[in-house]
Design a protein around this ligand. Structure first.
Ligand SMILES: Nc1nc2c(ncn2[C@@H]2O[C@H](COP(=O)(O)OP(=O)(O)OP(=O)(O)O)[C@@H](O)[C@H]2O)c(=O)[nH]1
Ligand SMILES: [Mg+2]
Length: 242
């Protein structure tokens, strides 16, 4: 039974897969690495299967087609919960997150008992390397807007580098999380915060992807903007009603 399952969602990450799996395996050797691949046309899934065949700490979950990050993560979390894991970690496949930081994130989860430990770009000591000004502005503005609308204390609500205690997933009704793009990150963090569980942000350096193609598109930003606005208004109405 793995104590920690590191979920790596992939869509067309063939050029990055070997590197990221190797680095995760070296950083947290006892963890199980679960690649969740959405039938990538570039053969990422077959590469993950080849890893799984030679390393029993690597598994691949094959999904039928590209269906967004949120659904891929939900399926990965379910896989981990079915196997009795205490924690799940989230990490991008493109090298933007340094797997060595998993050691600190997991230590914090263990020692503090936090339900969510975030690898955060927007706290003291956090940084971004290689982003254009416009990309940085979108992330900063999105985080500030979400923080304000949700009255959140979290600085990096969209962070995709996390360790989550699996028992909180039941408490926040993870199967009812509706967001599909990177708004999934906001929704999960917001639900955990609303539940009153401990959340810790740990500074990390985020590095722009070295190779492969971004899956980021305007629809993902619009989804986040609309959902965060709706949650903020609902929150305000609920307050007024009480
Ligand atoms: N399974 C699955 N993985 C996805 C999907 N969309 C994105 N991913 C993966 O999720 C991670 C984050 O996606 P990225 O495209 O890197 O998104 P980003 O980090 O916001 O943008 P860039 O770094 O600029 O590319 C990567 O490992 C992707 O391969 C999807 O629909 N399904
Ligand atoms: Mg990326």
């Amino acid at each position: 039974m793995p104590e920690l399952v590191v979920v790596v969602p992939t869509y067309n990450e063939a050029t990055n897969l070997d590197s990221i799996i190797g680095r995760i395996r070296a950083a947290v050797p006892d963890a199980t690495v679960l690649v969740v691949d959405d039938a990538s046309p570039d053969g990422t899934g077959a590469l993950a299967d080849a890893w799984a065949a030679r390393d029993d700490h690597v598994q691949c979950l094959h999904r039928a087609g590209k269906d967004g990050l949120g659904v891929a993560y939900r399926d990965g979390f379910q896989w981990a919960r079915n196997r009795g894991a205490t924690w799940v970690a989230q990490i991008d496949a493109d090298g933007s997150h340094n797997p060595n930081d998993l050691v600190a994130l997991c230590d914090i989860a263990r020692t503090t008992g936090a339900a969510l430990v975030l690898g955060s770009r927007w706290v003291a000591g956090g940084a971004i390397s290689g982003w254009s000004r416009i990309r940085e502005a979108i992330s900063r503005t999105g985080n500030s807007y979400s923080r304000m609308m949700l009255k959140s204390q979290i600085h990096d609500l969209t962070a995709g580098f996390r360790v989550i205690r699996t028992d909180i997933l039941r408490d926040i009704d993870i199967d009812r999380v509706a967001s599909s793009g990177y708004c999934f990150q906001v929704e999960v963090a917001h639900r955990i915060e609303s539940h009153g569980a401990l959340i810790v942000e740990h500074p990390i350096t985020f590095t722009e992807r070295a190779s492969g193609v971004s899956k980021m598109h305007a629809g993902i930003v619009v989804e986040a903007l609309l959902r965060v606005t709706v949650w903020g208004v609902q929150r305000w109405l609920n307050r007024r009603g009480n």
